[in-house]
Design a protein around this ligand. Sequence first.
Ligand code: BMA
Length: 315
Amino acid sequence: MNNQYAELFKRNKLNPILSANNWPYPINSVFNAGATLLKDGTTLLLCRVEERSGISHFCVARSANGVDGWIIDKKPTLRPEADKFPEELWGIEDPRITYVPELKKYVVVYTAYTRDGPGVALAQTEDFKTFERFGIIMPPDDKDAALLPRRINGSWAMIHRPVSAPRAHMWISYSPDLKNWGEHTLMMNARKGAWWDANKIGLSPPPIETPEGWLLIYHGVKLSCGGCIYRLGLALFDLEKPEICLKRGREWIFAPEEPYELNGDVGNVVFPCGYTLAKDGDTLNIYYGAADTCIGLATASLRELLDWLDKNCEE
Ligand code: BMA
């Protein structure tokens, strides 16, 4: 075979593993799900469900093996509540879940679609049944946010993606209490020109802590006359100063190729918001929205990702 490249993300044979047809109530699409492993080993996906109004809410799907046999909540798990939280006027989107051992809670950071564009909102939960909302924590335009699972030098840390049109870069901010955020620091720039990650980048799933640093899977948006292509790349950041980039991959590692990734409501999109790490400490299950229509699963080896980054990072 010609044109061979390292296949770091291996798609599951059952892909797409979840789509609107699986849902217990009528919806348009299901994609961009946050993910976590519960204490009993169950995989929990907090799925973004788009209703046939265009507004999104979240719905929980649980599976014993993280691949099939999904048990889906019979009705929406978390709906936008615009009367109490006006920033949720046009829905809630793209949740990222971080389990925080210090709080013994899951912190969900998501996009609240406000009258003035997307902003970042936060809620915490112990059981994915009741949620304590903190409201909006980053004003619009801002999205693609996730909390780090532990404090950095005494402060909570959150990666997010403010927009200063026409460019959008990744930032990190710090907080004493998860409500008030400051020390806003640029973390990584979008490249320029013809690069796959020119002009617009953002965090995809929450950062992965490894002995070598925080491994980030991020998306780059290439804009051409044919539209946008959402692809994924890798970068590594300092464990105690996460705004410091240690390595950044030159090439993308995962891109839309399969029919369900190329075609859908928004074609040419792979967009993971969550991963789980298997008991072996190496196998990553990456759950990604495909073409803003369904959910795919790809498996990768953490060791292989770090080795690839070592050999393929920019000078
Ligand atoms: C991004 C987000 C995602 C979406 C993607 C492709 O900006 O809004 O929710 O999957 O665009 O449409």
